[in-house]
Write a protein that binds this ligand. Structure first.
Ligand SMILES: Nc1ncnc2c1ncn2[C@@H]1O[C@H](COP(=O)(O)OP(=O)(O)O)[C@@H](O)[C@H]1O
Ligand SMILES: [Mg+2]
Length: 338
């Protein structure tokens, strides 16, 4: 069931000849309970999109439906209330109120809403986030990671439908980042809150998120399951993100005379690449030179990619592609020296 739907979102900055679409017709659907990553290079429109998904910013055109409500049909004051009740935000800056302690910061959105605090719910969140012992402390007595946890507690206080995080952890060290994201995933699984995170860390996407949307130049280049997109990226934008090492290595690969390259992506749980390459040599007489190889853990699977150098022209390339593709790996010719 869809909890969040974006339809043809366009956000134009500037006017006349300076007009520029930061998002250029983005449509997206997120189902209840999903954990979705939005990735893309800097300037691809991630933050602009997230702000519209959360109703912080109105689009130039297009709509956002959250929990059945067309949020931009609401007046500003109605939207503020809707946002406070249904959407939790976690930003890179924690924005805690310095004179309020951990508990007071957490329940602030509930009190702003004039609602009664459900203490057992709030205690449960604080304990999940490891903050039960810190309730009386002021933010400046806490570490960065602890302050971020308070920001998460506050975002969850009103029991929102959707939690939106923009590079929530980039100010933290990698270990703390992982802890925080694991926590958000726990919360996603335990409380069923739908989560959308912007991240530039592909390892976060691989290990934590189930779905991904890849933005490129203000458009969605690809969207779907992480396991599918990360094992078989189709667009250049996705390939650049998924195979960054491949790209940099490929650019320095100096082929043998007449050598061309095939990229092979395989599911390591079913098959390991090397025997297949050896079999191809025996069965087809094609010797492939492994120029680069890597494996990665995505969700519960292991995926590998290899760059094969092959000589022998069109015929050898065609035969190799056919052999590899019928043997359960995804193979395509790539131009590495472009
Ligand atoms: N308030 C603004 N005014 C003008 N241009 C903006 C504004 N906010 C963002 N942009 C531009 O829109 C594009 C997308 O920005 P942003 O959504 O922040 O990208 P990302 O988060 O993917 O790095 C960038 O080219 C950026 O310079
Ligand atoms: Mg951004």
């Amino acid at each position: 069931m869809s909890i969040l739907q974006a339809k043809d979102l366009i956000k134009t900055y500037g006017q006349g000849s300076n007009a520029f679409n930061a998002t250029n017709g983005i449509s997206l659907e997120v189902n209840k309970g999903e954990f979705v990553a939005i990735v893309g290079t800097s300037g691809s429109g991630k933050t602009t999109l997230l702000h519209m998904l959360g109703g912080l910013d109105r689009p130039t055109s297009g709509s956002v439906i959250i929990d059945g409500k067309d949020i931009f049909a609401l007046k500003d004051d109605e939207l503020t209330i809707f946002r406070r009740r249904k959407i939790g935000f976690i930003f890179q800056a924690y924005n805690l109120v310095p004179v309020l302690n951990v508990y007071e910061n957490t329940v602030l959105p509930i009190e702003l809403d004039g609602e009664k605090v459900d203490t057992s719910y709030v205690e449960d969140i604080l304990s999940t986030l490891g903050l039960s012992e810190k309730k009386e402390m002021l933010p400046n007595k806490l570490s960065g990671g602890q302050q971020q946890r308070v920001a998460i507690a506050r975002a969850l206080a009103t029991n929102p439908k959707v939690l939106l995080c923009d590079e929530a952890t980039s100010a933290l060290d990698p270990k703390t980042t992982n802890e925080i994201l694991e926590l958000i995933r726990d919360i996603n699984e335990r409380m069923g809150v739908t989560v959308v995170v912007i991240t530039h860390s592909m390892s976060v996407v691989e290990s934590i998120c189930k779905h991904v949307a890849i933005l490129d130049g203000g458009c969605v280049a690809e969207t779907g399951l992480v396991s599918e997109i990360f094992s078989q990226p189709k667009t250049d934008a996705a390939k650049r993100l998924v195979f960054p090492e491949g790209h940099s290595e490929e650019s320095v690969v100096v082929g043998r005379e007449g050598e061309r390259f095939i990229r092979v992506v395989f599911n390591g749980a079913d098959i390991t690449g090397t025997p297949l390459i050896a079999r191809m040599a025996v069965e087809k007489g094609i010797e492939a030179n492994i120029s680069a190889a890597s494996t990665r853990n995505i969700g519960k699977g292991v995926f590998g990619s290899m760059l094969l150098g092959i000589t022998g022209g069109d015929e050898a390339i065609r035969t190799a592609l056919e052999y590899l593709n019928v043997n359960g790996v995804v193979a395509e010719e790539v131009n590495v020296n472009a």
